[in-house]
Write a protein that binds this ligand. Structure first.
Ligand SMILES: Cc1cc2nc3c(=O)[nH]c(=O)nc-3n(C[C@H](O)[C@H](O)[C@H](O)COP(=O)(O)O)c2cc1C
Length: 376
């Protein structure tokens, strides 16, 4: 018996057959120009189409939500056209691909955004962090402009429009980025949400922004194509732990169960030597939410298989291992040693460290017809 039997087995949902349970986690590689994914992005993602599901890197739903230098967007025609090439390439190679939709809120810098538009946030509290900007400079993140109530609704709508666009492009689904201290989490968190309108105060109010996005997106594209990433208990992007964190996430999880979305994707981070997402927490989410659960963060083939065997996950997401191992699934299958990518190429380097990692085991569809346009 292959010891990765479950990890390598298909998963069937009403809409999709995922050919294995290995998910490529969303990873910003910051090789876009003006928010337009790089001409090499189709090859990069196509090389990784052996994954049961690729979740493409976080892509901004609005110009004021891009935040990072050379990050992609999905809010204008040129960006969408570039993403379509990625989607077509992954599909030509037999893969499935969702896109992660983000609004970075107070995280970022106007210099990284089209037209230098200001950051916006739930409140005016700035993040005590600095960020890379053009010319390889680093600047402190400035104070965001506070979104008016109608401005919040416009940001909800930006997510919905981006989801509609993603499906029109051909993405199989979308993942809302509700994690890692970006705008939805800035609304959830009482430190960054000092609002007095219906989007601030109680757990219900602080969750409203995220849940309105989820309701709007599921209504627009279908719950079967909608997932969310959450990172409860992670300490990221200047958001510390807070007293009502567990209760907030219980409330959200119950609401997501009622909405019936395809999946919750839990992003675990190292925290004081332990994973921020405990096994006990996963069990609790399992009890509250009955559709698919994806777990990410520091997983190996064996630990992923163990999670699946213990029914603690339906799919397991891998981030860094996919950078240096485009053929990660086949390496898991054949127990081939993994290539460790140099962190210096994670967020910069052009094609170097992006599309040049060796493929030891091409996946079966890789040589299928449909010669991709990027070869010409
Ligand atoms: C280069 C890089 C970029 C990342 N970008 C994103 C992102 O766009 N969205 C996101 O939710 N997480 C992002 N992450 C986090 C990963 O999705 C993943 O959760 C994390 O790397 C832990 O998984 P791993 O131990 O398998 O790498 C990124 C991680 C890395 C290393």
């Amino acid at each position: 018996m292959n010891t990765r039997e479950k990890l390598l087995s298909p998963l069937v949902t009403p809409l999709f057959t995922f050919k294995n349970r290995v998910v490529m986690a969303p990873m910003s590689r910051r090789r876009s120009d003006q928010g337009i994914p790089s001409p090499s992005a189709p090859l990069y993602y196509g090389q990784r189409a052996g994954a049961g599901l690729i979740i493409a890197e976080n892509s901004a739903v609005a110009a004021n939500g891009l935040g990072y230098l050379n990050a992609p967007g999905i809010y204008n025609a040129a960006q969408k056209a570039a993403w379509k090439k990625v989607v077509d390439e992954v599909h030509a190679r037999g893969g499935k691909i969702f896109v992660q939709l983000v609004h970075t809120g107070r995280i970022g810098h106007p210099l990284n955004q089209e037209g230098g538009v200001p950051l916006v946030g739930a409140s005016s509290l700035k993040a005590e962090e600095s960020i890379r900007t053009p010319g390889n400079e680093h600047h402190p993140m400035p104070e965001p402009e506070v979104l008016s109530t109608s401005g919040v609704k416009a940001m909800v709508d930006a997510h919905i429009q981006a989801a509609i666009a993603a499906i029109a492009i051909g993405f199989d689904g979308v993942e809302i980025h509700g994690a890692h201290g970006f705008l939805p989490e800035q609304f959830l968190h009482p430190l960054t949400n000092l609002r007095t309108d219906e989007y601030g105060g109680s757990i219900v109010n602080r969750s409203r922004f995220l849940l309105e996005i989820m309701e709007g997106v599921t209504a627009a594209i279908g719950k079967e194509r909608t997932g969310i990433r959450l990172s409860p208990f992670a300490v990221l992007n200047d958001l510390p732990a807070y007293v009502e964190e567990a209760a907030t996430h219980q409330y959200i999880t119950d609401a997501l169960q009622q909405l019936g979305i395809l999946y919750i994707h839990l992003s675990s981070q190292p925290l004081n030597g332990l994973p921020s997402i405990s096994t006990a927490y996963i069990r609790e989410v399992r009890q509250r939410f009955h559709n698919l659960l994806i777990v990410a963060g520091g997983q190996t083939a064996d630990s992923g298989e163990a999670l699946l065997q213990a029914d603690l996950a339906d799919l397991v997401a891998y981030g860094k291992p996919f950078i240096g191992n485009p053929d990660l699934v086949e390496r898991f299958r054949h127990n081939t040693p993994l290539t460790e990518a140099d962190v210096n190429i994670f967020y910069e380097g052009g094609d170097t460290g992006y599309i040049d990692f060796p493929i030891i085991h091409p996946h079966p569809e890789a040589s299928s017809p449909g010669v991709p346009q990027w070869l010409f």
